[in-house]
Design a protein around this ligand. Structure first.
Ligand code: PLP
Length: 272
């Protein structure tokens, strides 16, 4: 139903991800990033974590038919201009999500961009993905992805490549592209050194994105926030290199403003 003088809606983005009870990462970070970037956020919740700044105490996955029902409900009615995945928890959820994205026309050959943040563990090292699920990310999800955004640990888990320098960063990008995504962003945020160097590649174009490293322990939710900012820019119509450059500027700002909260790792900040 439309009221007289109704405003045109903003672009829409869907996150398929887990809940972080501490509010720093997961769907909570995704939604506030979508909001900050001017995009209407929608969610398909995959898992509920029991979590605070000290770590992930436990998680329970949502039945895969309920995950896919959420995707169908929002895309069938409201439509999604872009989508992303975060924590997917199990191989069963990954398989069901990949099939449903094909059915509703997200990623793959469709014109709706799809970003995969291959979340495997928290910064504390707590697992967020059952072990057998990595293969499902490789074979079922990555072939549908417009962009995959692994950190260096996730690069190692997915490809076996240990990134230590520019040469191995390029080798990692190539190994990831062989799994089928259109673009890969190898993130250097978890590396050491004064600069934070990411590599964006589609196999033809190779862009090194170089930014300052902010010396803070409080980077909880950083990966989710970057992937969500990129997804929001894609929903607004940006191409992948532009969306990633905008996303990197956004996350740099959030890390620079990160705050301590609780006794452990505080969140990157959406408050500027
Ligand atoms: N909890 C959930 C639900 C997440 O999706 C993630 C990361 O994607 C994390 C926790 C871990 O976040 P971090 O590694 O930034 O602590």
């Amino acid at each position: 139903p439309e009221a007289a003088g109704a405003k045109a809606p903003p672009p829409t983005a869907l996150t398929i991800a887990g809940s972080d009870s501490g509010g720093g990462a997961g769907i909570q970070a995704d939604l506030r990033t979508f909001f900050a970037c001017g995009v209407h956020g929608m969610t398909a919740v995959t898992a509920v974590t029991v979590q605070n700044s000290l770590g992930v105490e436990d998680f329970t996955e949502i039945p895969s038919n309920v995950v896919t029902a959420q995707i169908r409900a929002v895309t069938g009615d409201m439509g999604a201009d872009a989508a992303k995945t975060g924590m997917l928890a199990t191989a069963e959820i990954i398989t069901a999500v990949a099939k449903t994205l094909g059915d509703v026309g997200i990623g793959g050959d469709s014109d709706v961009p799809f970003v995969v943040d291959p979340v495997a563990a928290s910064m504390h090292g707590d697992p967020l993905l059952r072990e057998e699920a990595l293969e499902a990310i490789r074979t079922e999800l990555l072939p549908r992805a417009t962009l995959v955004t692994p950190n260096l640990d996730e690069v190692r888990l997915l490809t076996g490549v240990e990134v230590t320098d520019a040469g191995s960063r390029h080798a990692a990008a190539e190994a990831l592209l062989a799994l089928g995504p259109r673009w890969v962003l190898v993130k250097g945020g978890h590396d050491s050194g004064p600069r934070c160097v990411d590599l964006l590649s589609d196999g033809t174009t190779h862009l090194e994105l170089d930014g300052p490293r902010h010396d803070t322990p409080h980077t909880h939710g950083g990966g989710d926030t970057l992937a969500s900012a990129v997804t929001a820019e894609l929903a607004k119509g940006a191409d992948v290199p532009t969306a990633v450059e905008e996303g990197k500027r956004f996350i740099e700002r959030c890390v620079a403003e990160a705050y301590p909260l609780g006794g452990g790792i505080g969140p990157v900040s959406p408050f500027w």
